[in-house]
Design a protein around this ligand. Structure first.
Ligand code: GLY
Length: 597
């Protein structure tokens, strides 16, 4: 059963008998690569964590742990935790540094969802820091004069796609509820890195070079990412004093320094003045912005409760539906190398995506049958559809229990991979799972005071109706676009056992569901679970991760009747397993680490 996984891991990572600490002391991280320069100043612990990841092993710790997409951000979080800060405190420090060193994925100009497990009360709380559509948005926001959907990047690049950011207020709200450390001090690392300079990572450099045409459209964006005419390169030292100044304002005055006054006015001016594609955001939108507490969505799976973010995210409902259907099948007995496992997972995912496209959107604007969608009886009925021998020839949305008689048409919104995920467990046993985004890589490409503005509004359906029937995820003023972000905490007997999430557009759902199955059904440790080759099916065709042994299932899946293709599947899973010790896993497809003590 293990040969498939083990062969993959050996093929991708250097195996070694030395301890992580010995390796860190004797081998430079990613020796000989640009990453060695980018992360040369890391602590011995962080280098050990990087070595553990490269060797395919989880990081182990006894008290606390933080996992995120960039070692500098993880180190900032670790310093807070080491000094006795809470997971919420550490998140603020991690997010502040991510906005600097991984600006393409998340930051002050974006939005996020946060799932919190409180060790004292054993309660799960979910906070919605999603961007909102401006009050001046109309149903025609993403349509041509003829009412046809705009081309995706014509909508993305510029002011039109920018929603009111939620991340700064979410950071403040999490700290207000669960913080112990002094707020202002949580920005120290990010401010120092922004003022003194940080080393550009290979990933950031590659993405800048690959997006040059769009980034160069706006002078401030071009000036930052192409300082001497050419793109920033891996190993360059980059400062961002405007970002440091913005952080100083937020550190001193709280999030209100962002949502009113000079920062807010400059954001609005940038959006409204975006050459060729202005938006309609106003200072009133920023002044009205609020973080919302939402009811968590929890679904039973193999004796666990899988808890996450409900609408406007489709994450927990869709992950929950997939797992709730698969609970009726013996995936552990079948194993990870069985094509039958992937037939079941693939078609459960297709059925869940059919419901997602029909029913899931911002529940403050449209009725969402959230309870009905994860009702065990409904999922048992949907699971029956998987009992055949071949791929389902077609899937359609089901009819969950609902107290509304609305008819919705199926959604057509596009989501491309981007985003970042932070998992933290603190010394008190609180757990935080937060997925954070500016949507597309580099968001709207508009750069204000050292950070990029999101393009989150393009997560709405560009069409508002299909054949006269309204689409639940259509644009409406003040509404939050549907998300796929799936920050998740898995509980066993009310205690957290797994904290996990990923970037990746609408494939986030498949990445997270697969990693949970890998850990709970197939017994993989967290590092194996996040590194495992991906197989994702959302709408019928099966995406197999190119360059991995996942492609060996290609023929078997095609024989079931799936269209099959190999492609880059760029997840960024960061996970912490909570047991006798803490074990952290960081996705080898990205630059992050899991670090603990
Ligand atoms: N923009 C990515 C998501 O919210 O799913």
């Amino acid at each position: 059963m293990w040969t498939w996984l083990i062969a993959f891991l050996i093929a991708f990572f250097v195996s070694g008998a030395a301890t992580a600490q010995q390796e860190a002391d004797t081998v430079a991280p990613e020796a000989g690569s640009d990453a060695a320069a980018a992360f040369a100043g890391l602590s011995a612990d962080a280098r050990a964590a990087m070595m553990a990841k490269q060797a395919g092993r989880p990081t182990e710790a006894g008290e606390w742990m933080v996992a995120a997409a960039n070692p500098l951000a993880v180190e900032a979080g670790a310093r807070v935790l080491r000094a006795g800060g809470s997971a919420a405190d550490a998140m603020v420090a991690v997010q502040a540094v991510l906005g600097l060193v991984e600006p393409q994925s998340s930051g002050l100009g974006g939005g996020a969802f946060l799932v919190w497990y409180d060790a004292e009360s054993s309660a799960i709380t979910t906070l919605d820091g999603r961007e909102t559509a401006p009050l001046a948005a109309t149903p025609r926001l993403f349509q041509t004069a003829q009412g046809e959907p705009l081309k995706f990047f014509d909508a993305v690049v510029g002011g039109r796609s920018v929603g009111t950011p939620g991340t700064p207020m979410l950071m403040e709200e999490a700290h207000r509820r669960w913080g112990r450390a002094n707020w202002a001090g949580l920005f120290d690392d990010a401010i120092a890195l922004a003022e003194d300079g940080f080393t550009v990572s290979p990933r950031l450099a590659d993405l800048v070079a690959g997006d040059a045409k769009r980034l160069r459209r706006f002078p401030a964006t071009e000036a930052y990412f192409f300082p001497d005419g050419g793109p920033i390169a891996a190993g360059d030292r980059l400062t961002n004093r405007p970002y440091a100044a913005t952080l100083r304002q937020i550190a001193g005055d709280g999030a209100r320094a962002f949502y009113a006054g000079a920062v807010a006015e400059e954001i609005v001016a940038k959006v409204r003045g975006a050459g060729g594609n202005p938006g309609v955001l106003s200072t009133v939108d920023l002044a009205l912005y609020r973080v919302k507490e939402r009811p968590p969505v929890c679904v039973a799976y193999r004796g666990h409760d899988v808890c996450g973010m409900g609408p406007p995210s489709s994450g927990a409902l869709t992950v929950g539906q997939i797992l709730g259907m698969l609970a009726h099948y013996d995936l552990a007995g079948l194993g990870p190398q069985s094509a039958e496992s992937w037939r079941l997972i693939g078609d459960a995912s297709r059925l869940a995506f059919a419901d997602r496209g029909r029913y899931m959107a911002d529940a403050d604007f449209v009725p969402v049958p959230a309870e009905g969608l994860v009702d065990p009886a409904y999922l048992a009925e949907r699971a029956e559809l998987l009992s055949g021998d071949d791929a389902l020839p077609q899937v359609s949305p089901g009819a969950p229990q609902w107290d509304h008689a609305f008819l919705w048409a199926d959604d057509m919104s596009i989501e491309l991979p981007s985003t970042s995920h932070i998992s933290i467990v603190d010394a008190q046993g609180n757990a935080l799972s937060m997925t954070t985004t500016i949507e597309n890589a580099f968001g709207s490409r508009l750069f204000v005071r050292g950070f990029l503005l999101n393009n989150e509004l393009t997560d709405f359906s560009f069409r508002t109706h299909a054949d006269g029937v309204p689409i639940a995820n259509r644009v409406e003023p003040g509404k939050r676009p549907r998300s796929s972000m799936s920050p998740t905490i898995v509980l066993k007997d009310g205690q957290p056992v797994l904290v996990i999430g990923s970037p990746g557009g609408s494939r986030i759902i498949g990445y997270v569901a697969q990693a949970i199955i890998a850990h709970l059904d197939w017994g993989m440790d967290v590092q194996q679970a996040v590194a495992m080759p991906h197989l994702v099916n959302r709408f019928g065709s099966y995406d197999l991760e190119e360059g991995t042994r996942a492609t060996e299932l290609s023929q078997a899946l095609a024989a079931y009747g799936y269209e099959v293709g190999a492609r880059d599947l760029n997840s960024g899973l960061h996970a912490i397993a909570v047991g006798q010790t803490l074990q952290g896993g960081a996705d080898p497809r990205r630059e992050g680490i899991a670090l603990g003590q």
